[in-house]
Write a protein that binds this ligand. Structure first.
Ligand code: 9MR
Length: 556
């Protein structure tokens, strides 16, 4: 026995000497016994986006690809500018290679995308009339779909057609992004595209694909569009929830969207999954703590995907390794830059086990919410601050970023129709040069009128932002329809003051009522970068999409 062992060792050493194995990749890969495509074989396809480099057979990328994935989405090669940069001149060679590699590796090919506002040549839809634009759209779709035929299983027919901030989702046409296709054709460009796709090949699945589909108002816009298509027999088979998530993404909101689309009986795919760790942005590696937190988020997501597998046909990651991701600086994928599995890989492979072994600490959002009181009374906005003299002072001084910057206090009055907020901010450097309003020196007021504390926004929930120059911006649910938001702001030595009158949307102010409420101060530095966020109660940076962490405001 001993002799046999010795012989085995010698033989192994010789093999290692001759082949140069083991290198780290092979050793690590050998440890990942779970093959995702097998683990999820009975649930849904496991995909990744790719280009032809993924199939170069000696690479670590290819080994991971062939081991774990069974669906390929063309990351860029099937976009309009790749296939028809010049009118009538179709360039299929690169995409054809990708399709060939995909099929010869027994994987499913996914087409992405036919009508989009990016990576599309101008000649198609800019400076042309409606009829010509329709002809261009229909021709492109007919040629491309016919060329690939049944080799492509499904197409993202229209990509990213909705605005990020949707105020009235039931009017889905009004929520459409003002893209070149929409400008040239009108809001019916979507149905024209879907009809052309079905006409070109009745065998393939036709998807509408978009990001932030976990945002309830954007999701609802897509829902109403798809519902109308189904009612009018406009062909559509699936909804692609891209799934460009981050650590603040509410898994409950993702699930709510899956359930909503399920109602329509459409196929659902998660089409571009990644989870950025923004806190680690720019660092050379992901800390153990953040790697675990990211894995927990992946585990929670896959738990939901598994539970809804009856409706989900594919979960596609937007890449394999952090090294080759479009968001590489925030470590978004499940293999690291050396193609070694991260904690997130194990979380995806067995989410229940992972969460059992690595339970999630009670999130801040579930922590006991603070309560403050608003005093009864009306204020003249822009008038004397003494109007608020009977109201309690609320301190906005809990920092949620590493840097501790501007801080402040607020006082609130209420009457039947409005809240009146007085904000006093201490901040010696004021700047409004960022392109993002939330990165300018500004205050934010959050309301959850029915105090439902849901992990998303409903129509009683609202977010208002007012910068130190009195520029107003609104969150997911937009401006109230019940009245005007009136505001005043003035910079003063060492800071600024904001006063705001905010109409209730759903409720009537009543003594003793408690509503969900929060306050935020965004602090920009002299270069216009946001360096600090102070909050009253919700210690997440997620108040813009979840009201679950708000504090309580009682109308006294
Ligand atoms: O990953 C793609 C990247 O290589 C391109 O430069 C980029 C250009 O917009 O598009 C990326 O993919 C996008 C996808 O097609 C649609 N959803 C968002 C993706 C990330 O931007």
């Amino acid at each position: 026995m001993k002799g046999a062992m010795k012989l085995l060792l010698i033989v192994l050493s010789v093999i290692i000497f001759v082949t140069g194995i083991p290198n780290k990749e092979r050793l690590v890969l050998a440890e990942t016994t779970e093959k995702l495509k097998e683990v999820y074989g009975d649930y849904f396809m496991i995909g990744t986006c790719a280009d032809n480099s993924y199939f170069s057979s000696s690479s670590a990328k290819y080994r991971v690809l062939s081991e774990h994935f069974n669906a390929i989405t063309a990351e860029n090669m099937m976009k309009p500018e790749s296939l028809q940069a010049t009118e009538g001149d179709f360039t299929f060679a690169q995409a054809d290679r990708l399709v060939k590699s995909t099929l010869s590796n027994d994987m499913t090919m996914i087409g992405h995308t036919l009508a989009w506002h990016q990576q599309s040549p101008k000649w198609m839809n800019s400076g042309v009339g409606r009829d010509e634009a329709i002809r261009n759209l229909e021709n492109h779709i007919a040629e491309v779909i016919s060329h690939f035929g049944d080799d492509v299983y499904s197409w993202d027919v229209v990509n990213e057609a909705f605005n990020d901030s949707v105020t009235d989702p039931s009017n889905w046409r009004g929520a459409l992004r003002d893209t070149p296709w929409k400008k040239a054709i009108g809001s019916d460009y979507l149905e024209i595209a879907f009809k052309a796709a079905r006409k070109a090949n009745p065998n393939i699945k036709l998807y509408y694909n978009d990001y932030n589909m976990d945002n309830p108002s954007k999701r609802e816009a897509a829902y109403y569009m798809a519902k109308e298509f189904l009612e009018k027999d406009i062909p559509i088979d699936g909804i692609g929830m891209q799934g460009h998530y981050n650590m603040m993404t509410s898994v409950a909101a993702v699930e709510a969207s899956i359930l909503r689309f399920k109602e329509l009986g459409l196929a659902i795919s998660i089409t571009e999954l990644d989870v950025t760790v923004n806190e680690a942005r720019g660092q050379s590696k992901l800390s153990e703590k953040l790697e675990l937190a990211q894995a927990q988020k992946y585990a929670q997501l896959f738990k939901v995907f598994k539970e809804n597998a009856d409706a989900i046909e594919r979960v596609t990651f937007w890449g394999i390794s952090d090294a080759a991701s479009w968001r590489r600086e925030s470590f978004p994928l499940i293999f690291n830059s050396k193609y070694e599995p991260k904690q997130a890989f194990y979380a995806v492979a067995d989410p229940d086990k992972f969460l059992e072994e690595n339970p999630i600490a009670k999130p801040d959002a579930d922590a006991e919410a603070k309560t403050a009181n608003a005093a009864y009374g009306k204020a003249e906005i822009g008038g004397d601050e003494s109007q608020w003299k009977n109201a309690e002072e609320i301190k906005v001084n809990n920092y949620i970023m590493a840097w501790q910057g501007a801080t402040g206090t607020a006082k609130v009055l209420w009457d039947e129709k409005n809240l009146y907020v007085l904000f006093k901010v201490t901040d010696s450097v004021l700047n409004d040069s960022s392109v993002n309003p939330h990165e300018e020196d500004s205050v934010e007021i959050f309301l959850d009128e029915t105090n439902g504390k849901m992990p998303f926004y409903e129509n009683d929930d609202s977010q208002y932002r007012i910068n130190y120059k009195n520029v107003k911006t609104y969150g997911a649910t937009g401006e109230p329809k019940t009245g005007k938001v009136v505001s005043y702001a003035a910079a003063e030595s060492g800071g600024y003051t904001v006063q705001a009158q905010i109409p209730f949307r759903k409720i009537k102010g009543e003594k003793g009522l408690t509503i969900g409420f929060d306050l935020q101060i965004n602090d920009a530095n002299a270069q216009g970068m946001r360096v600090s966020i102070a909050k009253w109660n919700d210690l997440t940076d997620n108040s813009f999409q979840s009201v679950s962490g708000f504090g309580n405001l009682t109308l006294k």
